[in-house]
Design a protein around this ligand. Sequence first.
Ligand code: SAM
Length: 198
Amino acid sequence: MTRTSIITDLIRKNGYTTYLEIGVATGENIRGVATVPGLHIVGVDPAPLCEFVTDPVDSDTFFASNTETFDLVFIDGCHLEAQVDKDIAHALSVLNDGGTIVMHDCNPAIYEHATEDWLLAEWNGTVWKSATKLRCTDASVTLRVVDTDYGCGILTRGRSRLYTGADVDTCLTWDYFDAHRRDILDLIAPEEFTRLYL
Ligand SMILES: C[S@@+](CC[C@H](N)C(=O)[O-])C[C@H]1O[C@@H](n2cnc3c(N)ncnc32)[C@H](O)[C@@H]1O
């Protein structure tokens, strides 16, 4: 199971017709999503590298003038907590009823993948901090993270049971997060994703 199969399966299962990808890069993911017939696709990236980028700007600039709403938003742009927080808030504001937000890079394997600075070839940034804050503080949404492809967060509107094992500041420390990630992120196996969402 990959981010692309998760996204395309959600689109097919729910009959989604509109898709927004924040952070397109070379189009590895969006090219696969575009195989779904009849899908309206918007791709946002300030450094366009492929034909799937319809809006060659950063996500803040895009959302400042965007008037469309979407069934599925994939957040995979700037991987820094402050920007991911903004992308999540913006994505929720343009999400159609019954829509889904997918967030890449929620479950970094090791500390060196989980920092603000890009240290190694593999890097997930601090998306995990944005995901952790949602799970600790926002009961108006449900977030589960599929344990595949660096952690694919599945974010939907609707009440959830928050993580209450420690205060949010403690959860945002690497050692605590690392030891409790299964519960903090509500990590689910790919088979569980299939059972719950497809
Ligand atoms: C990890 S890559 C995206 C990979 C792609 N989603 C995929 O799965 O194949 C991250 C991309 O985000 C873009 N990016 C960086 N900051 C951004 C921002 N503020 N808004 C939108 N995209 C951004 C970068 O230019 C880069 O191409």
